[in-house]
Design a protein around this ligand. Structure first.
Ligand code: HEM
Length: 374
């Protein structure tokens, strides 16, 4: 046992920088408070006034020897690809996680037919990413594709760690447990399994049920569109966003108009775009109560989203066969203390208006080692 720990310590202490990207520096022990309840396995949040330091765990604090290499991989993704921010690459990585895992089918599995799942097949097969439903994911795939060979790990682990980190790159995004140890994909994902915005609510819910999701979990997952842009549904309006605050992980997506008196899920504000499927979820009697219950309930949504995303990242796998390396994850940035001090009339009844100065200060503090100068 002593030998195992000595060799682990040696690896931890002498880890080299990854591709010129510096390893995290030792700041995590300074964190003194829990500011928000994260979801799934995460119970941590950043952005609270009492937290000092960046809250980014360092490899020298690693607990599980299996997780040691993942600190450098975390930095290669969070720094090298996302640069610590909720930009286009992070947003694409969240969608990529869904498009990889969302081809899982319980029916195919029951019949021992070729199946999809959270296996990273989108990083492996050159044809899968060329399917029309994967339009817009080619760039993030080309950025992540070299990493499995570079680090000697599986494509599924890289792709789904990228999804977990991308949510954390978006201020307000919860901590989702990060598992490693997925096997290599067994086949290219079957076609025709990813949902289409023109599908009816019944068709969509049936497809998600075949992945193993209940309607309530689907409504939590769909909130990921809080950081979304569209380019291919209406190319003439390319880059319109699904809510007015695309750079943060808030519940405004459920309720874009700022005044509950006029809140109407079918209202489209200038510069924004609503997918027909999202409007249908918000208005259909079967799904509307679950869709709308997150309005203004950031903590509820964070925790339910994290649990649903964790499940998504495991489709086709079992947690008991994998290693939980959540110890590598940075604190979530809590939006609570970043609100503008608005009062009275005009005060948003749902999500607070985030003060851009406080937001940037939180990003500078909690994502410090991954930022590049702008
Ligand atoms: C009913 C199910 C869903 C449908 C029909 C759907 C459809 C779409 C469509 C059409 C786009 C725009 C693509 C483009 O034109 O560029 C989009 C974007 C996006 N979707 Fe979904 N989606 C669904 C579920 C999900 C789920 C479960 C997640 C994640 C958990 C997700 C995450 C995203 C993200 C993050 C974007 C923005 C990507 C970017 O800005 O680059 N979607 N989705």
């Amino acid at each position: 046992m002593l030998l195992v720990w000595l060799s682990f310590l040696a690896v931890a202490l002498f880890s080299l920088p990854v591709d010129g990207f510096p390893q995290a520096t030792a700041v995590a022990p300074q964190v003194t408070a829990v500011a928000a309840k994260g979801g799934g396995g995460g119970e941590r949040g950043g952005g609270g006034g009492t937290i000092t330091g960046s809250g980014i765990p360092n490899v020298t604090d690693a607990k599980n020897p299996v997780c040691v290499p993942w600190y450098g991989i975390r930095d290669a993704i969070m720094g090298g690809i996302f640069q610590g921010r909720c930009g286009d690459n992070a947003r694409a990585a969240i969608r990529l996680a869904f498009h990889d895992a969302g081809t899982f089918s319980l029916a195919l599995q029951a019949n021992a037919l070729p199946n999809g799942g959270a296996d990273g097949s989108l990083l492996v097969d050159p044809n899968e990413v060329l399917r029309s439903e994967n339009n817009g994911l080619q760039n993030i795939v080309s950025l992540l594709k070299p990493l499995p060979a570079q680090f000697g790990v599986s494509p599924g682990d890289i792709l789904h760690l990228a999804g977990v980190l991308a949510v954390l790159a978006c201020p307000g995004g919860p901590v989702i447990p990060a598992y490693v140890g997925r096997s290599a994909p067994r086949n290219i994902a079957p076609t025709g399994l990813l949902p289409d915005p023109e599908d009816s609510v019944n068709v969509l819910l049936a497809r998600f049920a075949d992945m193993g999701f209940k309607s309530r979990e689907v409504m939590a997952l769909i909130g990921a569109h809080t950081t979304g842009k569209q380019r291919f549904v209406d190319p003439a309006a390319a880059n319109t966003t699904f809510d007015t605050t695309v750079q943060i992980w808030d519940t405004r997506f459920c309720n874009t108009p700022l005044d509950t008196e006029t809140a109407d899920p079918t209202t489209v504000l200038p510069g924004t775009f609503k997918l027909d499927s999202d409007v249908n979820f918000a208005t259909n009697p079967t799904t509307a109560p679950d869709f709308n219950r997150f309005i203004g309930k950031q903590d509820d949504w964070m925790s339910e989203y994290a649990a649903a995303h964790e499940k998504m990242s495991l489709l086709g796998f079992q947690a008991k066969d994998l290693t939980d390396c959540s110890e590598i994850l940075p604190l979530a940035i809590d939006l609570k203390n970043l609100a503008e001090a608005t009062t009275g009339k005009g005060k948003p009844p749902t999500d607070p208006v985030i003060d851009p100065v406080k937001l940037e200060a939180a990003i500078q503090q909690f994502r410090s080692i991954w930022l590049v100068s702008q």
